[in-house]
Ligand binder design. Structure first.
Ligand code: GLN
Length: 339
């Protein structure tokens, strides 16, 4: 979305190099971000997975989780929804932890396709390479690599790993799982295509099933903010204190999110917001300010690429007002000259 669509042209950009404001100030800014987001009624709720169309388009929750464990929440931050594509970021992190930087890069890739998340053409254009783990092809290739002798064993590992990111046991939304299973012919086709290129070396139907389950895990904005804060804090969950993945894995994951977390809109997002983020078609959006905080929004109306509109508006405001944009600096030279 453009700056004018994000309604932040009037918000001064604080440098991303400083500390975050005091907790009471963060609460105020989270409330202001929510007030801006709620004004926006553009976008449409996803309906290609039939049950997602039942979401209340007006729902809007926001949560910031600081790396020191502070939580700042407003609105529908405890309404649960399916994590969808946001699971890709965390399954990717778990896989990097298991099999390492070099192998994941080789097999799945790290470059943006420039095409929609469910593109088949992108696979063909790249000689069968899935390109990156944040589109369906790369996410299916990632899920296929998760250790486990059976799909059931892989699923247990994924659910357990994502629960450790959230700091509580996550559950499957059975309705979403069944609705997507009945309509995911396209993902099945993508998995078979990847198998034909030797990029998936397991039964593709089993891979799609595990992937569909990971997308159907229920979270709320408060969970997602904690999951994001874990990636912001070198892999340590700020509430449980558990080291879920290493700091090096967080770095690798955030680099991939910066390049491709908002699909073909990732460049525009980075240009306006300047932080790694990941969206899902149920309306979730998680953003990570390294060393500082996780920001999560839930609002089901999406832009044409499948990213939450209100989530983007609120996050754009917070990035500027909290001083999170990783590309925004103040001049050290000018500061040292000041009396
Ligand atoms: N489960 C969804 C799919 O595979 C996830 C897509 C998304 O959130 N963008 O189509």
């Amino acid at each position: 979305m453009r700056e004018s669509e994000l309604h932040v042209a009037d918000v001064p950009q604080s440098a991303g190099t400083g500390a975050v404001p005091a907790p009471a100030r963060i609460d105020e800014l989270v409330a202001a971000a929510h007030a801006r987001g709620i004004e926006d009624r553009t976008g449409t709720v996803a309906d290609y997975i039939p049950v997602l169309a039942e979401a209340d388009p007006e729902s809007f929750g926001l949560c910031v989780a600081d790396v020191d464990g502070g939580l700042h929440e407003i609105g529908d931050s405890r309404i649960r929804f399916s994590i969808q594509s946001i699971s890709k970021a965390f399954v990717y992190a778990l896989l990097c932890e298991e099999i390492g930087h070099a192998e994941v890069r080789e097999t799945v890739g790290v470059d943006n396709t420039g095409l929609a998340f469910n593109s088949v053409v992108a696979i063909e254009l790249n000689d069968g390479h899935p390109m990156n783990p944040m589109v369906n092809a790369g996410a299916l290739a990632t899920t296929a690599l998760v250790p486990g002798a059976t799909p059931e064993a892989q699923w247990d590992r994924i659910r357990d790993g994502l629960s450790r990111f959230a700091g509580r046991p996550l559950e499957l939304d059975d309705d979403v799982y069944r609705s997507e299973t009945a309509t995911n012919q396209r993902n099945r086709a993508i998995a078979q295509l990847l198998e034909s290129y030797g990029r998936i070396r397991r039964d593709p139907a089993g891979v799609v099933d595990v992937y569909t389950r990971q997308c159907s895990l229920l979270v709320d904005a408060h969970d997602l903010a904690i999951m994001g804060a874990t990636l912001a804090d070198g892999g340590v969950n700020p509430l449980t204190g558990e080291q879920v993945v290493s700091a090096a894995v967080c770095r690798d994951t955030l680099a991939v999110l910066a390049a491709s977390g908002l699909y073909e809109r990732s460049g525009e997002w980075l240009f306006e917001i300047g932080l790694p983020g990941k969206s899902g078609v149920a309306g979730g959006l998680v953003t990570v300010a390294p060393g500082k905080a996780g920001i999560a929004a839930y609002a089901p109306r999406l832009d044409a690429a499948g990213n939450s509109v209100r989530g983007q508006v609120a996050t754009a405001y917070l990035s500027r007002a909290l001083g999170l944009n990783i590309f925004a600096s103040d001049s050290h030279y000018l500061r040292k000259d000041q009396p």
